[in-house]
Design a protein around this ligand. Structure first.
Ligand SMILES: [Zn+2]
Length: 136
């Protein structure tokens, strides 16, 4: 029963988010803001202009779409079979760019957390992860 309820609630969260037409990045921004953290957006000082940066903490939150950035094992990362020759190289490039950026951030002494598009349907869990990351 518990699982059924949580699934329904999850579905409700997703619908609410979608009905507002908010992109995952906007959901994360609002959540982080509501938790009392202040950030800067798309800093050009860092490779890949990461979505949210917290300069005093030297931390980055990188919000990624599950399809465009090929979230491993995620149902939303599925490439339609008929279009593999078209999509595979494009998405592969995105993935290697993500890896390159993450390596640079690490070398520059920044810590980063990746938030996937599908994570925004699990708000309480996401809030917990964000707090743990930002306060660590
Ligand atoms: Zn995903």
């Amino acid at each position: 029963v518990v699982d059924t309820i949580s699934k329904e609630r999850r579905g409700e969260n997703m619908r609410r988010i979608k009905s507002k037409g908010m992109k995952p990045e906007m959901v994360v921004r609002r959540l982080v803001h509501s938790m009392g953290y202040r950030y800067r957006l798309h800093s050009a000082k860092l490779p890949g202009k990461p979505d949210l940066i917290f300069p005093s903490r030297k931390k980055i939150i990188d919000v990624r779409g599950c399809f465009w950035h090929q979230h491993s094992g995620c149902i939303d990362s599925h490439i339609p079979k008929s279009n593999v020759p078209y999509w595979a190289p494009k998405l592969e490039r995105n993935k290697s760019r993500d890896k390159r950026n993450a390596r640079s951030w690490h070398k520059m002494g920044w810590k980063y957390l990746t938030v996937w598009e599908c994570d925004v349907s699990r708000m309480p869990a996401l809030a917990g992860r964000l707090r743990a990351f930002l306060d660590s």
